[in-house]
Design a protein around this ligand. Structure first.
Ligand SMILES: Cc1cc2nc3c(=O)[nH]c(=O)nc-3n(C[C@H](O)[C@H](O)[C@H](O)COP(=O)(O)OP(=O)(O)OC[C@H]3O[C@@H](n4cnc5c(N)ncnc54)[C@H](O)[C@@H]3O)c2cc1C
Length: 570
């Protein structure tokens, strides 16, 4: 399989049809091999696939006519955003709402990036994210709700009563209930000698959250804003300054000494930061460990892809524009300033400000028309690319799931392997919240585990296919605690590797994002949106405060605020 983006589709009808396969994680012909082919040796996933498929017609979320139009784009813009991930779209919608003339250029066919979706055989699969923060109705940290509202959009959401059901070594089974006291009770029952320390640790996370949740979250690079929030909320600001350089590990050890419980805090961090507590910034933990009980985890009805689609609707109703199949190949500079972008088609578009939603490695290593700034060398000395994922998307018969199964699970068999490739398994069953994403009496199972692209390079097509099937089978075998008779219940299966993530999400090595190379002072060294190149900004998970939809929405608010100030719009 080549790793380049393939041009597709001409007519709208053809486009919609091919959209159904093209937005998936692998070309259709490879999937056909997966469904009916055989890896060397037995593969129960494939045996299970002889089961007849149930196809259900469902409207797909198609790009709008405006986005697919082929008439020439105006050449001059206030701001061009490269990429329509949630970070890019929040920036674009915020700027459009402030009156800027904004263009989003997306290399793919639909918006959303890692928060996109694809459809197969009546199933609508989320590409990545499905445990969604930021949809609360109160406070200031509900950034997805706010981003949509700013452009006149809302999404119906379905509350998830349990954020995660953990299946950990030594039969440590813990559910993180939406209700804070119920969660503390359950964890305390397992570690009664640490009951007080547990409460003190999580209460301290609430302190951080309460500081964040007391202020409007905008650009920390904008002095007037900083002064305003300081005078409005001096205590909250001082609280955040105190926690900005801290990591979770040190805070946890102040209250907790049981090694197994500290391991639990590690997996609580690892499952979204992909590093253990010692390397996880306290600010991010304050947000995650508290908001899950405050705004809660809420799933968007119709699938995660709805978020990006609604943001695009809001962008367009506010005069902004998005162009799909528009791969930026170069950020053009003149006299040291970013002045525009060049597309794969050769077209040159100019803008007063250029905002990259691609990763920093892609932005400075691939797109910028000059040498990488020294600041980026320094940043790369501190941060490295996290692994990518092996993702298995399955449709399964509903009767295979035991009654009372939760939506999100994390499995670790051996603490020593938590950070290793294939060591931690993530499971998401969004149809428990929104059954309409699958044919009747079926569920979606998205199972994924971190792994490195290096394991998947230099393989012949046959070896690549065989390795996919073998690794997917191993992953399915580990799901026994959740779905005991999985093999016999599989109706549809599709496997994505780090190469798939690289190819379809346009992310270097398919990486989930930056992780610290060593213990750093919390979030202090994570860059904001401005870059060393004048008029070039970055937004998304390689900027403050990091990965996750609500986090990149934060980055989008901050970026738009900084750009709007630079354009004289605020
Ligand atoms: C498997 C998986 C599970 C996850 N689970 C969760 C979860 O449960 N909860 C959660 O909150 N987060 C989760 N995340 C993380 C979350 O999805 C990401 O942190 C977030 O979506 C990243 O958004 P972003 O705006 O930084 O960019 P991206 O989503 O990476 O989007 C960037 C966009 O830019 C486009 N692009 C890139 N280069 C170019 C170019 N040269 N020209 C034009 N367009 C370009 C890409 O096509 C893409 O659309 C998960 C991620 C993965 C991969």
């Amino acid at each position: 399989m080549g790793d380049c983006f393939e041009p597709i589709a001409r007519s709208t009808r053809e486009n919609q049809q091919r959209h159904l396969w093209a937005i998936g994680l692998e070309p259709r012909n490879e999937n056909a091999t997966l469904k009916h082919g055989r890896a060397p040796g037995p593969c129960r996933c494939c045996f299970a696939l002889s089961v007849a498929m149930t196809a259900v017609d469902k409207p797909s979320i198609a790009p709008t006519a405006a986005a697919m139009q082929t008439d020439p784009l105006p050449r001059d813009w206030d701001a061009i955003v490269i990429g329509s991930g949630i970070g890019g779209l929040v920036t674009a919608t915020q700027l459009a709402a402030k009156g800027a003339k904004v263009l989003v250029l997306e290399r793919y066919l639909i918006p959303g990036g890692s928060a996109g979706y694809f459809e197969r055989e009546g199933y609508r699969f989320d590409v990545g994210a499905s445990m969604i923060f930021g949809f609360g109705q109160q406070g200031t940290t509900n950034l997805l709700t706010r981003a949509l509202a700013a452009v006149g959009q809302t999404i119906e959401t379905i509350p998830d009563p349990v954020q995660i059901h953990y299946h950990l070594p030594n039969q440590l089974e813990v559910k993180v209930h939406r209700d804070y006291e119920q969660f503390l009770q359950e964890l305390g029952d397992r570690f009664p000698h640490e009951r007080q320390g547990i409460r003190q640790f999580y209460d301290e996370c609430w302190t951080i959250f309460n500081c964040l949740n007391a202020m409007e979250l905008l650009s920390l690079e904008e002095l007037r804003y900083l002064m305003r929030v300081f005078f409005q909320n001096p205590l909250a600001c001082l609280g955040l300054v105190k926690y900005l350089p801290q990591n979770v590990g040190a805070i946890a050890r102040r209250y907790i000494s049981d090694p197994e419980l500290l391991k639990f805090i590690d997996i609580e961090c690892y499952c979204w930061s992909v590093v253990p507590a010692d390397l996880t910034p306290a600010i991010n933990a304050g947000m995650v460990f508290s908001d899950r009980h405050y705004g809660g985890i809420n799933y968007p009805k119709g699938g995660v892809g709805q978020i990006a689609q609604k943001l695009v609707d809001g962008l367009e109703t506010h005069g902004g524009r998005i162009q799909y199949k528009a791969r930026v190949t170069q950020i053009v500079t003149e006299g040291g300033r970013a002045v525009g972008v060049k597309l794969a088609s050769g077209e040159l578009l100019r803008a007063k400000r250029v905002i990259s939603n691609a990763t920093r490695w892609d932005t400075f290593g691939q797109l910028l028309d000059r040498d990488q700034p020294l600041d980026e060398d320094r940043w790369q000395e501190r941060y490295q690319k996290s692994p990518s994922f092996l993702s298995v998307h399955m449709g399964v018969r509903a009767d295979a799931l035991p009654a009372g199964t939760d939506c999100h699970h994390i499995l670790v068999k051996d603490w020593e392997q938590m950070e290793a490739a294939y060591g931690t398994v993530f499971v998401s069953i969004p149809t428990l919240l929104d059954p309409d994403l699958a044919p009747p009496d079926h569920h979606i199972l998205h199972v994924f585990t971190p792994c490195w692209i290096s394991d998947w390079l230099n393989l012949s097509p046959e070896d690549y296919q065989a390795q996919k099937e073998q690794k997917a089978q191993e992953l399915c075998d580990r799901l026994a605690p959740i779905v005991p008779q999985l093999d016999a219940a599989i109706d549809y299966i599709e496997i994505g590797t780090p190469r798939t993530h690289r190819r379809f999400l346009g992310r270097v090595d398919g990486s989930y994002g930056p992780i610290p190379r060593r213990k750093l002072p919390g979030l202090l060294t994570m860059p904001f949106n401005r870059t060393a190149v004048k008029n070039l900004y970055c937004v998304g998970d390689s900027t403050f405060p990091g990965q996750g939809l609500n986090a990149v929405a934060f980055s989008g608010f901050a970026c738009a605020h900084r750009v709007a100030a630079d354009l004289g719009l605020v």
